[in-house]
Design a protein around this ligand. Structure first.
Ligand SMILES: Cc1cc2nc3c(=O)[nH]c(=O)nc-3n(C[C@H](O)[C@H](O)[C@H](O)COP(=O)(O)OP(=O)(O)OC[C@H]3O[C@@H](n4cnc5c(N)ncnc54)[C@H](O)[C@@H]3O)c2cc1C
Length: 486
């Protein structure tokens, strides 16, 4: 059933829920779908639609590199940020779980096979027409360790698709305009929580298990705050809450000119559903080059843009560009932009903390995001691009012009996309409390009954979009909790 804390019927019979989940985005909704054998309450801070009063609670500050405003890069109502997501989906690679070549703290305590059983269920929840694309990989050269990959696209809006589910379900309740105010502890066990609405209605909810599914910034913010107002007793003091935050930076890195006779190779060929083609370096070569993963995106523009790309090339290689221009006019060359989204090294200095002087409507300190790209980011994109460039040269397929800033400067272009709105880390999963906030079952270290869901638990981020794996992890958590004796 769906309730609204702003006009909640207080005479209703009180229940102690098995589980209380904060947040009704893709992570919280998937968890609810998996937990129908339990008595579950999903507390959603927003309403069914966007409202200024809810969105305002997402304001915060960013220190470091240029990033989106924190109330722009996410949405605070039923369905969460999936209300304006792009719908691009791919799952994690096996190698994303075990980057011990870079450092032990990048190793997950679980493997890809632990989330694989939830693949088909995730496909259905998201509604994907061509799920084979999510695991597609094809080698593109005998001599170079490069592979072509694909994404699938979903047009699903979680708020419209799952409204009826909550309306009709007898076991799973959704309460709107219900903001988490306080977790109430006895020892290290959370016994209940206090909710508050925008018109100051309050409600105490008793439950046996609590789950944070409030997104990749809010999970950290709320953990830090709830620890503070509970005299540091909610979780182990030593765990790195808010730390090792990650994004997928998105930038244009250069231009490709390709001999027309290669345009029909599967790695380049455009189709109706594939305006963009994707290439990645295989794990072995990433390991050899000591870099993380990078998805190179080949985007074919129209004729006029292609001419511009060749004109741009003339600044760097006038002789080559003259030759290419002639071939282009004879219809022998094609030109594309090379863009990239890449994996960031999780570092302790990229983190979420609580503001000391700014608070939201509910008196909760606003979040501060400290985020900077570093030399590892640069190494990953430069080495990936140079490797791809060498492949094109050796096979005499074409030429890559790498933008000057990638090679010679520490500045990133100011007018580019910046990042993917993918908020990862902060409550990462690790076997050691030094590097992790949750254990392999997503339970917060030091708490008896608090769990996290969403990309805040990501130990590493890979380079693919996060929502498909977020749901796989949520279903895995749901499966674990549904079998747990509560
Ligand atoms: C512009 C844009 C494009 C994107 N494109 C893609 C894409 O193509 N592919 C992809 O995989 N991902 C994409 N993403 C990312 C994707 O939207 C997120 O990964 C996904 O929504 C995360 O799901 P979540 O449930 O963990 O968090 P969210 O979607 O952030 O949901 C969190 C929920 O918690 C609620 N909440 C917050 N605070 C409280 C509180 N105090 N009490 C109770 N409830 C609370 C919020 O209202 C919200 O409903 C995009 C994001 C944006 C912004």
């Amino acid at each position: 059933m769906i309730f609204n804390l702003e006009n909640y019927n207080l005479t209703r019979e009180e229940v102690t829920y098995d589980l209380c989940v904060f947040g009704a985005g893709p992570a919280g909704i998937s968890l609810a779908l998996k937990l129908q054998n339990k008595r579950v309450l999903i507390c959603e801070a927003g309403d069914l639609d966007y409202s200024e009063k809810s969105q305002d609670c997402y304001r915060g500050n960013v220190i470091g590199d240029e990033y989106f405003d924190l109330d722009i890069t996410r949405l605070r109502y039923f369905g969460g940020s999936s209300n304006h997501w792009g719908g691009w989906c791919r799952t994690f690679n096996e190698m994303d779980f075990k980057r011990n070549d870079i450092g032990h703290y990048l190793v997950w305590p679980i493997n890809k096979k632990d989330i694989d059983p939830f693949f088909n269920e995730t496909v259905n929840i998201i509604g994907l027409p061509n799920p084979d694309r999510l695991t597609y990989k094809e080698s593109i050269s005998k001599n170079y360790e490069l592979e072509s990959i694909k994404f699938d696209y979903s047009g699903t809006r979680f708020n419209t698709k799952y409204f009826e589910f909550f309306k009709k379900n007898k076991n799973v309740d959704l309460i709107l305009n219900a903001n988490l105010k306080k977790l109430n502890l006895e020892g290290n066990i959370i016994k209940s929580c206090d909710l508050v609405s925008y018109n100051s209605s309050t409600k105490k909810i008793k439950a046996k298990i609590f789950v944070f599914a409030m997104g990749g910034i809010e999970n950290s913010r709320q953990l830090l705050w709830q620890q503070k107002i509970n005299n540091e007793k909610l979780y182990d003091k030593q765990i790195p809450v808010g730390k090792y935050w990650m994004e997928h930076p998105h930038y244009t890195l250069g231009n490709l000119v390709l001999k027309k006779k290669f345009i029909n190779l599967p790695m380049f060929k455009r189709s109706k559903i594939e305006e963009v083609k994707f290439v990645q370096l295989k794990y072995n070569i990433q390991k050899k080059l000591n870099i993380l993963s990078c998805g190179l995106r080949i985007e074919w523009p129209g004729y006029t843009d292609a001419k511009q790309i060749i004109a741009d090339l003339s600044c760097y290689a006038p002789k080559l560009s003259k030759e290419i221009y002639e071939l282009f006019n004879q219809n022998l060359m094609c030109a594309a932009r090379i863009r990239a989204a890449w994996e960031q090294l999780p570092v302790i200095d990229n983190n979420i903390e609580l503001s000391l002087n700014e608070r939201d409507k509910f008196n909760i300190p606003r979040p501060i995001l400290n985020w900077k790209k570093n030399s590892f980011d640069k190494k990953t994109i430069k080495a990936s691009l140079e490797y791809f460039s060498q492949f094109l040269l050796d096979e005499d397929m074409g030429r890559l012009q790498i933008d000057d800033w990638v090679i010679n400067s520490n500045q990133y272009p100011v007018d580019d996309e910046k990042a993917g709105h993918h908020h990862m880390g902060g409550t990462r999963m690790h076997e050691s409390k030094k590097f992790g906030v949750v254990d392999e079952n997503c339970k917060v270290y030091g708490s008896s009954n608090l769990y996290c869901a969403g990309s805040s638990i990501f130990t590493t981020g890979g380079h693919n979009n996060p929502t498909f794996p977020i749901i796989q992890f949520s279903l895995r958590l749901g499966d674990y909790l549904s079998k747990k004796k509560i």
